[in-house]
Design a protein around this ligand. Sequence first.
Ligand code: KIV
Ligand code: NA
Length: 267
Amino acid sequence: VKRVRTLHLQRAKDAGEKFTMLTSYDVLTAGIFDAAGVDVLLVGDSLGNTVLGHGTTLPVTLDEMIVFASAVVRGAQRALVLVDLPFGSYEESPAQAVRSAVRVMKESGAHAVKIEGGVDLAEHVAAVVRAGVPVMGHVGFTPQAEHALGGFRIQGRGDDAAARVLADARAMQHAGCFGVLLEMVSEDAARTVEESLTVPTVGIGAGAVTTGQVLVWQDMLGLRTGTMPRFVKQYAQLAGTAREAVSEYVADVRSGAFPAEEHTYRG
Ligand code: KIV
Ligand code: NA
């Protein structure tokens, strides 16, 4: 199989086609999603919430990202593996950003990194690109800045806010990003960005106008329950399926129905 590369994502935009992205944090989901045809596997720092149980992405470390990213790389044959630089691993200086991005590439074998930032982080992102590491910029709602942004809020609503999102996206393209992710942005603002940039945008809660779409896998497969953001479509209900299966196991052990003859060694 031929590996997806950043140039294929650019070709998708140029041809008016879509590409797909889904989070993954382990070897088994990486293999399943890769076989299903997902183009980009995102080792997102959302693993702080969905795997490690933190309330935000802020506590996630670079060492943790590298552990999960290595597993995803080992499970993916075709997909491009994209890894988030976590909070605290790049903001200090362009040199710190380069050091962290290079560690991800060397130690996990991933193919690109994603950095939350816009106008303010343009120098940092440009330095990483100059070091030879492909970067996707992440603008709009940036979860690492949740406390600065006043919680989970839709970005780009109204002329001033839309102009800010566009300026951030442009700064990321100018810094050399191969794509820009737009999170929780009104569709009108996302359309302006997608049309103004030459590089593709990827949306999560940014409407249907972006070249790519991304979701968090535990949300889209219903492994995580509770209230979901409006932008999530649930394609399965894995939490319910797993709970029923495990309840059956518990009942079988208690009743003596498991293990049965076929699960038992003799002689
Ligand atoms: O960490 C993550 O999963 C992300 C997506 C929400 C885009 O950055
Ligand atoms: Na993220």
